[in-house]
Design a protein around this ligand. Structure first.
Ligand code: DX5
Ligand code: ZN
Length: 219
C-alpha cells in the first residue's frame, strides 16, 4: 500500500509572504500544493483567482491540486490547464453534466477530481467512479479554513473505499478540512490517499516541522 500524501492548503498561507510560503512547501516533506478557488456564489467566501495561481505556479515545484468551489466550472477548465494545474477538482453539487465535465478536464491534460459536500452521499458517484481520478471528501462545509472536522467523514471514506474496490477503480481518496494530528493517522488507516491541511500547517509555529510530523504519522 502506498503512502498517504500531504497537501498543504495555500488558503491558510500569508498572502503578503506568498513566495516564502510556497518555498516552504517546496522544501518540506509535503507532496502537493492544494489551491482553493472560491467564487462567493457556490460558497460564501471569495479566496483568490487566476493571477495568484499563475504566480504560485511559477515557484511551485510539486503537483498543483486545484479545488474549484465555483458554479459552472466548465467555463474555466482550459484556463486552469493553461495556468499549470495538474489536478482539477470540481464539485459534484456544481455540475449538471458531471460526466461531460470530467471528460473535458482530462481532454485538457489534467487529472479529474470530484469534491462532495458533507451532505452528499458517496452512493451518488456509483455510475461515474471509474471516470474519476480523485474524490475529495469535504470534511467541513467548503468556504473557509480553520473549521472543525466532521466525524461522519470516516464512514464516507469507508463507503468510498468499498465503492472503488467493487468497481475495480483506481480513484484516489482525498480528505479536505479540519485535518490535524488528531485525525490524520486514523484517516490514513481508513483508506485516505491524500490529506489536505491548511490552518494546522500554516498557523503552527514551525510549518516545515508540522508537515514532516504529519507525513511521519501517516506512513
Ligand atoms: C475549505 C477548503 C480547504 C481549506 C482547509 O473550503 O477547501 O481546502 O483550505 O483548511 P483547514 O485545513 O484549515 O480546514
Ligand atoms: Zn480545498
Amino acid at each position: 500500500m502506498s503512502a498517504t500524501l500531504i497537501a498543504p492548503s495555500v488558503l491558510a498561507a500569508d498572502f503578503a509572504n506568498l513566495q516564502r510560503d510556497v518555498e516552504m512547501i517546496n522544501n518540506s516533506k509535503a507532496d502537493w500544493f492544494h489551491i482553493d478557488i472560491m467564487d462567493g456564489v457556490f460558497v460564501p467566501n471569495i479566496s483568490f483567482g487566476m493571477p495568484v495561481l499563475r504566480d504560485i505556479a511559477k515557484h511551485a515545484t510539486k503537483t498543483i491540486d486545484v479545488h474549484l468551489m465555483i458554479v459552472d466550472p466548465d467555463r474555466y477548465i482550459q484556463t486552469f490547464a493553461d495556468l499549470g494545474s495538474d489536478i482539477l477538482t470540481v464539485h459534484y453539487e456544481a455540475c449538471t453534466h458531471l460526466h461531460r465535465t470530467l471528460q473535458a478536464i482530462k481532454a485538457a491534460g489534467m487529472k479529474a477530481g470530484v469534491a462532495v459536500n458533507p451532505h452528499t452521499p458517496i452512493s451518488l458517484l456509483e455510475d461515474v467512479i471509474t471516470d474519476i481520478d480523485m474524490v475529495c471528501i469535504m470534511s467541513v462545509n467548503p468556504g473557509f479554513g480553520g473549521q472543525s472536522f466532521i466525524e461522519n467523514t470516516f464512514d464516507k471514506v469507508k463507503a468510498l473505499k468499498a465503492l472503488i474496490t467493487r468497481k475495480n477503480a483506481t480513484t484516489l481518496i482525498e480528505i479536505d478540512g479540519g485535518v490535524t494530528d488528531k485525525n490524520a493517522a486514523q484517516l490514513s488507516e481508513a483508506g485516505a490517499d491524500v490529506l489536505v491541511a491548511g490552518s494546522y500547517v500554516f498557523k503552527s509555529e514551525d510549518p516545515t516541522t508540522t508537515v514532516a510530523n504529519l507525513r511521519d504519522m501517516v506512513n
